[in-house]
Design a protein around this ligand. Structure first.
Ligand code: NDP
Length: 338
């Protein structure tokens, strides 16, 4: 069983060499005394920014650290090859937390979702139909309280979550601008993902001035993915009674110490609601979410851009790439297509 293991806890930016490919000779088997275990063959793995936090030694965080020497775990799509659970049968497809390895023994099916719709690409269950999709949905509809005609700004807009937030906002009749880190990503936002406008934040000397250019009357909703200097500039451009959904702050994940944010007092002067959220609090909405998104995908009313890396051995580079903006769209790793 080939596995990707973390060598040791990471400080600063992660490197490919922080992870290594190992072959385990341990024979995986569903234990006889357990009625809720499944053995799966992993098909698609998801690279997600929060995994960086799990590479550090942490205590009391909302996610657990990885165990050095053991296979990394993360979201993925898998096929069941053996099961002791009556509702999860051999041959069923599932998505949820699995291992970065060819086969995984999952000791509890709690938190796993059975895949019922296979007339869409299976890899979508790592993205638009999986955790990032639910994140965009919950963050936008539940946290941002959006209304037709409002102005919406999305950072890391071409990524797994951001590309969907922008499209949800357009479907609601909002004016949407996104930022991303390359010319190609900006083109993608404007031409394929339906954003009204987009800019390359790396080319802007003055983010405050850039935001004033795109939002001369201010921002109603900011979907926060990056933090740091971007958040500071956005705070200066929010409208009165604006909302900021804090989804993530990827610019801070590799820093020993977080950057200071200077303009927080505008939360008071402009009566802004800034709210952090975690997707795991919203999974009870998953069916409602599928009922909305599946038809949109099938009718071509929503697009989804994926960046596919081939083979388990490509997973470390794919994960590290997120922190350098190498991924264009949702970063997926294919372990096996069947
Ligand atoms: P993406 O697919 O957007 O990939 C990460 C992207 O972040 C990169 O491609 C890069 O794009 C951008 N980025 C990397 N470093 C920086 C930086 N220093 N400054 C600005 N941008 C940077 O990831 P996701 O869509 O999966 O995740 C987006 C955010 O959502 C993350 O902050 C993540 O932690 C958060 N998240 C939160 C969840 C929750 O429950 N709250 C659940 C899932 C995700 P570019 O080229 O544009 O710089």
């Amino acid at each position: 069983n080939k596995q990707i293991v973390l060598r040791d806890y990471v400080k600063g930016f992660p490197k490919e060499s922080d992870m290594t490919l190992k072959t385990s000779t341990v024979k995986l088997k569903v234990p006889e005394d357990c009625s809720d275990a499944i053995l799966v063959k992993n098909l698609y793995l998801s690279c997600d920014p929060y995994m960086r936090n799990r590479m550090s030694k942490m205590e009391g965080s909302y996610v657990e650290s990885f165990t050095p020497g053991s296979a990394i775990t993360g979201y993925g799509v898998a096929r069941i090859v053996d099961s002791s659970h009556p509702n999860f049968k051999k041959g069923d497809l599932v998505w949820g937390v699995t291992g970065w390895e060819e086969y995984s023994l999952i000791r509890s099916t709690q938190g796993l979702f059975k895949i019922q719709h296979t007339d869409v690409p299976l890899s979508y269950y790592t993205g638009i139909l999986g955790m990032p999709g639910m994140t965009a949905y919950a963050g936008f509809y539940e946290v941002c309280s959006p209304k037709k005609g409002e102005t919406v700004y999305v950072s890391a807009a071409s990524g797994a979550v951001g590309q969907l937030v922008g499209q949800f906002a357009k479907l609601m009749g909002c004016y949407v601008v996104g930022s991303a880190g390359s010319k190609d990503k900006v083109e993608l936002l404007k031409n394929k993902l339906g954003f009204d406008d987009a800019f390359n934040y790396k080319e802007e000397q003055d983010l405050n001035a850039a935001l004033k250019r795109y939002f001369p009357d201010g921002i109603d909703i900011y979907f926060e993915n990056v933090g740091g200097k971007m958040l500071d500039a956005v705070l200066l451009n929010m409208k009165i009674h604006g909302r900021i959904a804090v989804c993530g702050m990827i610019s801070q994940y590799n820093l020993e110490q977080s950057e200071s944010v200077h303009n927080l007092f505008t939360l008071v002067t402009k009566r802004i609601r800034m709210e952090g959220f975690g997707v795991f609090d919203y999974y009870h909405l998953y069916q409602k979410f599928l009922d909305m998104v599946l038809p949109l995908i099938k009718e071509g009313k929503i697009n989804y851009v994926e960046d596919i890396a081939e083979g388990l051995e490509s997973a470390p580079a794919a994960l590290v790439g997120l922190f350098y903006g190498r991924n264009v769209g949702k970063q997926v790793v294919v372990v096996s297509r069947e």
